[in-house]
Ligand binder design. Structure first.
Ligand code: AGP
Length: 576
């Protein structure tokens, strides 16, 4: 959840690390800090709040490590900001993950005279390093990892040493190589400005980065050959390119994403009796659309499990099931744990992942990469669209049917022209405190996704229900104060959803309908109508996603929310 980065080269490290932190900030933004080494001394600057708080000063040196924090243990305060130093101020560390046995280690170190300065779990790492250091930093790190339980990626800097040592067990870590300057970071976005040559570090690996290159070893200290890869992202993808927010830019990239996703070549073996989808958040809602789709088109049973529930509920599945893990980041801890559990019990796993060579991508038996490109906004938009198109491709492929794309790129493009209407609607509705989202059948997951978007970026409470469920309880919430966003295209359940809208209107509820172009009838009963181009029933989710994203976006913008960095959230949820 936190972002870490290390640099050593010929340039001044502070500005390089600062820029890297800004790219990693989507991983957490409770505090930030940088430590550099210069002339045998460590220099430290860290502050509560955003990375920009570090801009007022600079530190000397051409080697350093840095951190942006998403708090787990200890409040977002200066004292809990990374990097941490040991008592002799010779060692400095930054850490992403959770050290589960930190209380026990803290107690042991305290008895040995260590005075802790923070409430974090991470600080134990730097004191253990100091304890185990007898002239060889690599050895000290190896002895330190032997004592740690939990998940981590951490970087170590020692005063006077021209090297950064990092270790990984459960949290992402990637090395960037650029001739005489090298990097280590939580993800590629922090390095892409400088290099596309990377090494993805596996679990239980230690990396020594110097200006000359990289040495990789396992936790027993045995050397391993590094495998260098070329990243196919570019710097433009990591920039806003004139858009006010990454989220808006990513929404507008969706026609291209649909086009790229349609080009995906799938070769699927239909040697399973049930598909079991595991995912979290938006990815799980894509999975739910997939369930409706695959059951309808390919007639194969599909179950969808929230990954965090799956891993702890003694799930029932057999070797005949195919476990499909859907994840944008490929790093979500719960989804990763679900994959590991399934594999341990002998099930076949398939990943639908956006980030190439991410942990889940590397652990599944088979992989389909979605084609969303780099997604930076914490609220997932184009990754969802890429997941949907990929699921259409899977459904049609499993059914042995041709899927040509049905003019979807143009229809998605057309749907984006709703932007100015959604901007106006946001001005009308931004002050409401509660919303209901309803949809039926394949559009029910879209109601869930729309409500999630509104919650996470505008902080407005929104609940989603299958439209038919309203009368079983939530109808009690309907009043003039609680508008309902109803997804009601002209599909096979149109009349049913239409009746549910009438039930809301009969109770003085305001209704914003997402409907099919030309539907005059719905205009008669709704307060506002958002018209989608007409498509085949199964494709409405793809189009409906766009106004729901734009509605949440513009409401959050009118309210002045920090859209790309919503409070309390982070892009890649690498903790449980
Ligand atoms: C989406 O807007 C969210 N920020 C979140 O629900 C996200 O989809 C979820 O954490 C899963 O992430 P993943 O796709 O990277 O696994």
């Amino acid at each position: 959840m936190c972002g870490i980065i290390g640099y050593l080269g010929q340039k001044e490290a502070y500005p390089v690390l600062l820029a890297g932190l800004e790219r990693l900030e989507y991983r957490g933004y409770d505090s930030a800090g940088i430590c550099t080494a210069h002339h045998g001394t460590l220099h430290l600057h860290k502050k509560k709040g955003r990375v920009e708080n570090l801009k007022s000063i600079t530190l000397p040196g051409t080697i350093g490590i840095a951190h942006t924090r998403w708090s787990t243990h200890g409040s977002p305060a200066d004292k809990n900001a990374h990097p941490f130093l040991d008592q002799s101020k010779q060692f400095s560390i930054v850490h992403n993950g959770i050290i589960e046995n930190y209380l026990e280690l803290k107690e042991e170190l305290r008895k040995e005279g260590v005075a802790f300065t923070s409430d974090t779990d991470s600080e134990v790492i730097v004191h253990l390093l100091a304890k185990y250091y007898h002239g060889n930093l690599q050895e000290a790190v190896l002895n330190t990892v032997k004592r740690l339980m939990g998940a981590y990626a951490f970087c170590v800097l020692k005063s006077g040493n021209q090297e950064i040592i990092a270790a990984r067990n459960g949290s992402p870590l990637v090395v960037g190589l650029n001739g005489g300057e090298n990097f280590i970071a939580s993800d590629v976005s922090a390095l892409i400005e400088h290099t596309r040559r990377v090494i993805y570090v596996d679990d239980f690996r230690l990396v020594k980065v110097t200006r000359q290159g990289v040495e990789l070893s396992d936790f027993q200290g045995r050397p391993l050959p590094p495998s260098i890869k070329e990243v196919n992202w570019n710097i433009e993808q990591a920039q806003k390119q004139g858009y006010k927010h990454f989220m808006l830019k990513e929404i507008f990239e969706q026609p291209q994403v649909v086009e790229d996703s349609l080009r995906l070549n799938l070769s699927l073996r239909k040697d399973f009796s049930r598909l079991l989808i595991v995912a979290c958040g938006t990815a799980s809602y894509a999975g739910l659309v997939g369930k409706y789709l695959i059951e309808k088109i390919a007639k194969i049973p599909v179950a969808v499990e929230i990954a965090s529930e799956f891993r702890y509920k003694e799930p029932l599945f057999s070797r005949d099931d195919l476990i499909l893990a859907i994840s944008q980041s490929g790093e979500t801890a719960d989804t990763l744990a679900a994959v590991r559990l399934a594999r341990q019990q002998g099930a076949k796993t398939l990943g639908m992942i956006n980030v190439v060579d991410s942990t889940i991508a590397r652990e599944v038996d088979d992989i389909i990469y979605t084609r969303a490109g780099l997604e930076i906004g914490v609220a997932s938009t184009k990754a969802f669209i890429a997941q949907l198109v990929t699921l259409y491709k899977i459904a049609y492929a499993l059914a042995g049917q041709e899927f040509s794309g049905e003019g979807l790129v143009e229809k998605v493009q057309q749907t984006l022209s709703l932007n100015s209407q959604l901007k106006d609607l946001a001005k009308k509705y931004f002050a409401y405190q509660n919303f209901l989202y309803i949809g039926r059948n394949i559009n029910y997951p879209l109601a869930l996704e729309g409500a999630l978007k509104l919650k996470e970026i505008s902080y407005i409470h929104a609940e989603a229900y299958p439209a038919g469920e309203l009368k079983h309880g939530p109808l009690a919430l309907v009043s003039e104060e609680t508008p309902t966003l109803a997804i009601c295209p002209q599909d096979s359940v149109y009349e049913k959803t239409f009746s549910n809208i009438q039930e809301v209107k009969a109770r003085n509820g305001k209704v914003i309908a997402v409907a099919t172009q030309g539907d005059e009838r719905i205009k008669g009963i709704s307060d506002d109508v958002i018209y989608l181009p007409s498509v085949k029933e199964v494709f409405y989710p793809l189009l409906a996603a766009i106004p729901l994203q734009l509605f949440a976006y513009h409401i959050a913008d009118v309210k002045g929310c920090d859209i790309d960095r919503p409070r309390n959230l982070a892009k890649a949820v690498t903790v449980e």
